[in-house]
Structures are given as structure tokens and as C-alpha cells.
Design a protein around this ligand. Structure first.
Ligand code: MG
Length: 217
């Protein structure tokens, strides 16, 4: 059983991992995607999580695995149809995640109109840091988010650039899925995504939230 760890030591068994795609305009542009009318939602299984310091294993059916640094939310209080003004009350912690994506496989699935799980939900596809208590993050919509590969800066954005805010994402998702304690939400990635390969060392960090270091087997 995978667990989400708060920096206070509390642990939560992980429920579902809900993700939003295309949530930063600069990232939509770099992939040549259209601005979506409604939020693009997908899921990763809890089995895809690895902890800080662990290894990514790129599946043999891909030769183009991309990093996507993202702000992660840990849900602490159950909710359904949560209004945006109450949404932040449901978050118990903030963390750093990498939404690993097999870009070549995802492109093939999109072309055929098929689901993305094999590109997004494979084992090790979700490196996840410990979560800092929500009370320690005063401005979740004003956090610097960065990722480097072997010391080379790749992503450097701000959660201020989200199209759908943290509160809007929670409100929207909770109209579809009951949010439960232990659920994790990934909030999208800024521009600068790119490939990782065997031996790479990846560091993702969000100022005031934490950092995550993983390597590629
Ligand atoms: Mg993503």
C-alpha cells in the first residue's frame, strides 16, 4: 500500500491520483495543443508512486519519457460538489510531483482516440515528495516551480500561471469524483518539458513546499 507522508510524520494511504492536463498556457503552446474548453482530467494509479530518492524505470515500449514538474495537493477532508471558496479547506498538504509521460506512446494513443493510461500510469510514473502541512503554504497560487536534469535547468514557472486555479480544480473535480482523504491531485505543468534517459538525475522543487530527487535506471 502506497502512502502519502506529511512532514509532520502523519501518513495517509493513497486513494486516487487525479491529474489535470494543459493547465499552463506556455506548456499548451510548446506541445501545439489547443486551449481546452473544459479542464482535461486523467488519473494515475497509486501503484505508480515512488518516493524521493527512488528510481524511475522507463517501460521498454517507449523511447521518449518526459518530465512534468507539478504542484501536488493532498486531500484531508472528504467532499463532493465543493464550492471554490471552500476548496482550500479540503487540502491537508502540498507537495512536489513529477507527472512522467511517455510522450511517444501518448501521441500514438491520442491519434487513435485511445486512453492514455499506458503513457501516464506505469510503475514509477509518479515521483512524489513528502507533503508540507497546508497551513505552511500561505499563497499556493504564487509558488516558483522548477525542474533540472543533471544540473541543467529545464522548467522554471510559477503556479500564478495556472489557467484553472487550485480552488477551481478541486471544485471541478469534486463535481465528478467524491474527493476522499488520501487522494492526491496533480495540478499541471509549466513549459519546459523534455526527455529523460538512463542515468539522468532529476530534481524538482517548489519554493516553500519541498524538493524531490530521482534518478533514471
Ligand atoms: Mg502533467
Amino acid at each position: 500500500m502506497k502512502t502519502a507522508r506529511l512532514t509532520t510524520g502523519h501518513e495517509y494511504p493513497i486513494g486516487k491520483i487525479l491529474c489535470i492536463g494543459r493547465n499552463y498556457a506556455d506548456h499548451i503552446c510548446e506541445l501545439g495543443n489547443a486551449l481546452p474548453d473544459a479542464p482535461v482530467i486523467f488519473m494515475k494509479p497509486a501503484s505508480s508512486i515512488i518516493d524521493d530518492g527512488e528510481e524511475i524505470v522507463i517501460p521498454p515500449y517507449s523511447s521518449d519519457c518526459h518530465h512534468e514538474a507539478e504542484l501536488a495537493l493532498l486531500i484531508g477532508i472528504e467532499g463532493k460538489n465543493i464550492p471554490p471558496e471552500k476548496a482550500l479547506d479540503h487540502i491537508i498538504g502540498y507537495g512536489v510531483a513529477i507527472d512522467l509521460t511517455l510522450r511517444d506512446v501518448q501521441a500514438g494513443q491520442k491519434k487513435k482516440g485511445l486512453p492514455w493510461e499506458i503513457a501516464k500510469g506505469f510503475d514509477t510514473a509518479c515521483p512524489l515528495s513528502p507533503f508540507v502541512p497546508a497551513g505552511q503554504v500561505a499563497k499556493p497560487q504564487d509558488l516558483r516551480i522548477r525542474l533540472s536534469v543533471n544540473g541543467e535547468p529545464r522548467q522554471d514557472g510559477s503556479t500564478a500561471m495556472m489557467i484553472h486555479s487550485v480552488a477551481a480544480i478541486i471544485s471541478y473535480m469534486s463535481g465528478i469524483f467524491t474527493l476522499e482523504p488520501g487522494d492526491v491531485i496533480l495540478t499541471g505543468t509549466p513549459a519546459g518539458v523534455g526527455p529523460i534517459t538512463s542515468g539522468d538525475r532529476i530534481i524538482a522543487e517548489i519554493t516553500g513546499v519541498g524538493s524531490l530527487t530521482v534518478t533514471v535506471r
